[in-house]
Design a binder for this molecule. Structure first.
Ligand SMILES: [Zn+2]
Length: 283
């Protein structure tokens, strides 16, 4: 994939194209995928960061066709800030969930109204269903292109890597529930915000669920094996001994999400910013 060059991403009857943003990096992999959906009247999903060249590439691809809708999966800087300039250029209606108060996420994001989980938006040529998927962050939405069973997964499911869970607005418990709930949808393929389209949606979801569960088991094992309580920064080196050191700051966030879930479950405790297992030394 080359940034700015549209390529076909559709898997069914509805035309879907992907324009890769120019924001490749450690947090975004190859960059943010901006999807353009429709034939004569278009919707744009995840416009990405503010970037005149990327906006230009999207408008050039639209080639004068009206852009009626802008869908935003969540309000991180690599997904939503480009929505405001695209909306000014097109008059499109903006769909997404407001960032949690105090989170410091994209303050320019102003959806057309309040939207609800399960809402179906009739876009004329196709129907988009909103699926609230808290976990990565609390205001995360996936969008189901109903005609083709294509789910736009934002940062909920990524290709080639696993999403970071970001407490306090992200939650491991919600993440696992949101993943599990996707299995009841009529899915044919997954279109992530970073990486390529995945054609085996249910297999992918199960792989992710297993991965998270295995990591949780490893957290419990490390907590059980240590003599005293450990701060997060020490714990992460043991629980994530399989990832490169440069990824540890991110792993720390997901580890905290695991620990907070285990604390709620009564299996871990935190005192003076050090974590220990609960009920494991008795064994
Ligand atoms: Zn994100």
């Amino acid at each position: 994939m080359i940034a700015g060059v549209p390529h076909v991403a559709g898997t069914g009857a509805v035309p879907v194209h992907c324009i890769l943003g120019r924001n490749a990096g450690p947090m975004t992999g190859p960059g943010t995928n901006t999807y353009v959906i429709g034939d004569r009247r278009l919707a744009v999903l995840d416009p990405g960061p503010v970037d005149d060249q990327h906006l230009e590439a999207v408008l050039r691809f639209a080639n004068g066709k009206p852009i009626d809708w802008i869908f935003v999966t969540h309000t991180h800087g690599d997904h939503s800030p480009g929505a405001a300039p695209l909306q000014r250029a097109t008059g499109a209606r903006l769909v997404g969930l407001l960032p949690p108060e105090g989170s410091g996420q994209d303050p320019t994001f102003t959806p057309a109204r309040q939207f609800l989980d399960g809402e179906r938006i009739d876009c004329g040529e196709f129907t988009m269903r909103l699926v609230h998927t808290p976990g990565h962050v609390s205001n995360h939405l996936c969008f189901l292109l109903e005609e083709d069973g294509l789910l736009f997964t934002g940062d909920h499911i990524l290709e080639g890597t696993t999403p970071v869970i970001l407490p306090p607005y992200g939650s491991m418990r919600h993440y696992l529930q949101s993943l599990e709930a996707l299995k009841s949808l009529p899915l044919q393929a997954l279109a992530p915000a970073h990486g390529r389209v995945m054609k085996q949606p249910f297999q992918m979801i199960d792989t992710l669920l297993r991965h998270r569960l295995r990591r949780e088991q490893k957290v419990l094992r490390v907590l059980a094996e240590q003599a005293g309580a450990l701060p997060l920064e020490a714990l992460v080196r043991q629980v994530y001994d399989d990832v490169p050191a440069r990824l540890l700051p991110l792993a720390c966030k997901t580890l905290l999400a695991h620990l907070l879930k285990l604390q709620e479950d009564g299996r871990a405790r935190c005192e003076w910013q050090a974590w220990s297992g609960v009920g494991q030394h008795e064994r």
